[in-house]
Design a binder for this molecule. Structure first.
Ligand SMILES: *Cc1c(COP(=O)(O)O)cnc(C)c1O
Length: 384
């Protein structure tokens, strides 16, 4: 067997560094690297360190728990958070100089109470809804929201450090919603100025817009998926050489013969049409492999593409080895960079989902191993 774990996620930090540098160069504006949800499954702390090192101007996370995890690990740089619920404990984040996001007058009221308690002014970015109909102040509230924000700023409660919004259809560059949202964002900026606010950081673009829509870049772009080297708009050409950072691999656990007519895995959803060999991969939905991959996705076993047969189980899945008998312990790549095997995008298509979900949900009992293909000459994960 190997010195490596039987089933693991391998993350190449050099790929993260490369993507961060590329995104900064390409956009020419401040880069906010999004590391929420454990950095889309890549591990928040190592990714955060690497992104800072490679020149990310900001990091962003969704929740205050994620903020606490970053700050207690020693991260001190500019940090934005955006998803809060009523009765959040803002005090630590305020003292740690984190940019909070407010969507409503009610949230500003809560932040004000926390400011009084913390004894330090807050940094607050305002989020407006320009058409996603998710978080953000709806247009009808903008005037009241901005004047409350301005009043608190005058009173020394906070500094309004940014104004931002989020696109619904950035992965479809021709979709009319993009233009409409940009126009609405410009309206919000004008209205904020009229209220006496001068938010220095205005941002609208996620990865897809950062790559495909220069008009959406404003002062900063918030890049999550592209940081990890995955394509946020599959099929739309952008010519940017992103490198996938994640490889999910395992040791082949078992090889056996099955006869024509043998049913494979629970429910016998696949029956061997002829005699073949089956390989057992010790990874299943307990590790976040979608059951939807059953009979649909493929993995790479000892360098060859092999289809998943039968239903994905909790701890394991089975592949058709086509009569061949690779050694037990052979390297299996579930997905990774295209030179190593199927990609997260291949899995997304097989499972009728998005590449975001494939990398973010993978985990469970898998361990994570970090390599750096530039510094230690390691491969991105598969056994050489
Ligand atoms: C997750 C998220 C992003 C990052 O989106 P990507 O498409 O991964 O670049 C940016 N902004 C907000 C508000 C988000 O929730």
């Amino acid at each position: 067997m190997t010195q490596w774990d039987r089933a693991e996620i391998v993350v190449d930090l050099a790929a993260i560094r490369h993507n961060v540098r590329l995104l900064k160069e390409l956009t020419g504006v401040a880069l906010i690297t999004v590391v929420k949800a454990d950095a889309y499954g890549h591990g928040m702390l190592p990714v955060a360190r690497t992104a800072r090192e490679a020149g990310a101007d900001w990091l962003a996370v969704a929740t205050l728990d994620e903020v606490r995890a970053l700050r207690s690990a020693g991260d001190t740089g500019p940090l934005l958070t955006w998803l809060t619920v009523p009765d959040e404990d803002y005090d630590d984040a305020i003292r740690a100089g984190v940019d909070l996001t407010a969507y409503s007058v009610g949230e500003l009221d809560e932040i004000e109470a926390a400011v009084v308690y913390a004894g330090a002014p807050a940094r607050v970015q305002l989020k407006v809804d320009t058409g996603l109909s998710r978080g953000g102040a709806p247009r009808a509230d903008w005037e009241r929201f901005f004047s409350r924000a301005r009043a608190g700023e005058k009173a020394g409660r906070w500094e309004i450090t940014g104004l931002w919004s989020h696109l619904a259809c950035a992965d479809e560059p021709e979709h009319p919603a993009n233009h409409a949202q940009e126009q609405a964002f410009l309206d919000a900026l004008a209205m904020a100025e009229e209220s006496g606010l001068h938010p220095p950081l205005r941002h609208l673009a996620n990865s897809a817009a950062a790559l495909l829509r220069p008009s959406a870049r404003f002062d900063a772009v918030r890049c999550g998926l592209a940081t990890y080297g995955l394509d946020p708009a599959p099929g739309v050409p952008h010519g940017v050489d992103l490198r996938p950072a994640m490889t999910v691999r395992a040791d082949l656990a078992l090889v056996k013969d099955v006869a024509a007519g043998d049913g494979v895995s629970y429910g016998h959803t696949w029956t061997a049409p002829e005699a073949t060999t089956i390989g057992l991969v010790p990874v299943g939905y307990g590790e976040g492999v979608p059951v939807a991959a059953s009979n649909r996705a493929a993995v790479q076993v000892a360098g060859k593409r092999r289809p998943i047969r039968g239903r994905v189980c909790m701890d394991q899945l089975l592949v058709d080895l086509g009569g061949e008998t690779p050694d037990v312990g052979s390297d299996v790549v579930l997905f990774g960079p295209p030179e190593l095997g199927p990609t997260a995008q291949d899995w997304a298509e097989a499972c009728e989902t998005i590449n975001y979900e494939i990398v973010t949900r993978i985990g469970g009992r898998l361990t994570r191993r970090y390599v750096d293909s530039e510094r230690d000459g390691a491969t991105t994960g598969a056994r050489g």
